[in-house]
Design a protein. Structure first.
Length: 234
């Protein structure tokens, strides 16, 4: 009986599992995607095997710890950003359907992998410089500051989705068409994109504040030098 069992074990063919390449919606490959801006590499997540999903619905609790949302697949973050304004809250299947249609439109228009267009759009839509309020003793002035990579990604996703939502509201064009236009225009850095216009405005204001602060600092230095010079004659 023992010999028979051993023979059966030897005769059984070895079943090897074929490695299936994960593709978004079973169609769009994660391989061969390129990022021009290396500073955002750790924040636009698509390289790790955990973030290469078939459907952007991981049901992960990314909000319970600071910076955990970095590990959320980038397409799922876009889907989550579409579920805004109260009446759209929780309608994730509807948001996934919108993104799926958007990707089909982008591929038809550009003949490229829609994931590549999305990555380019997010890279180019986040403001690199912003202004913050610095106040002491009732006097408030605006100071130009650099923007962190995570905030750039979050802001880019928000402006792209809100721009698409506004341009499709009470219009003939569907939200999928408007979102596809927004991604394609943002990827080309076209001023037709709401996100690019908003980014340019933020950076322009920050540049003005930076120049004003530099001028203020120069005036202070000049007055110190002048006081030091006048002391020799007193």
């Amino acid at each position: 009986g023992k010999e028979m069992a051993e023979e059966q074990l030897i005769d059984e063919p070895q079943v090897t599992q074929a490695v299936v390449e994960p593709k978004l919606f079973g169609k769009w490959s994660y391989s061969d995607l390129k990022m021009a801006d290396s500073t955002l590499e750790g924040y636009i997540t698509y390289k790790e095997s955990k973030t290469q999903v078939f459907v952007p619905h991981t049901a992960g609790r990314y909000q319970i710890r600071k910076f955990r949302k970095v590990t959320c697949p980038i397409v799922e973050r876009i889907v989550n950003s579409l579920m805004m304004h109260g009446r759209n809250s929780g309608k994730k299947q509807q948001a996934i359907k919108i993104v799926k249609q958007t990707f089909e439109i982008i591929h038809l228009m550009t003949n490229e992998n829609p994931l590549q267009i999305v990555i380019q759009a997010i890279e180019k839509s986040g403001a690199r410089e912003d202004s913050t309020r610095i106040g002491s003793g009732g006097v408030v002035k605006r100071q130009a500051v650099d923007v962190s990579p995570l905030r750039r990604v979050c802001q880019a996703i928000y402006y792209i989705c809100s721009g698409a939502r506004d341009s499709s509201f009470r219009k003939i064009k569907s939200i999928s068409e408007c979102l596809a236009d927004e991604f394609m225009n943002a990827a080309k850095e076209s001023v037709n994109s709401t996100a690019i216009r908003k980014k340019d405005e933020i950076e322009r204001i920050a540049k003005g504040n930076r120049q004003a602060n530099m001028l203020r600092l120069q005036n202070i230095l000049l007055s110190i030098q002048l006081n030091a010079f006048l002391k020799h004659f007193v």
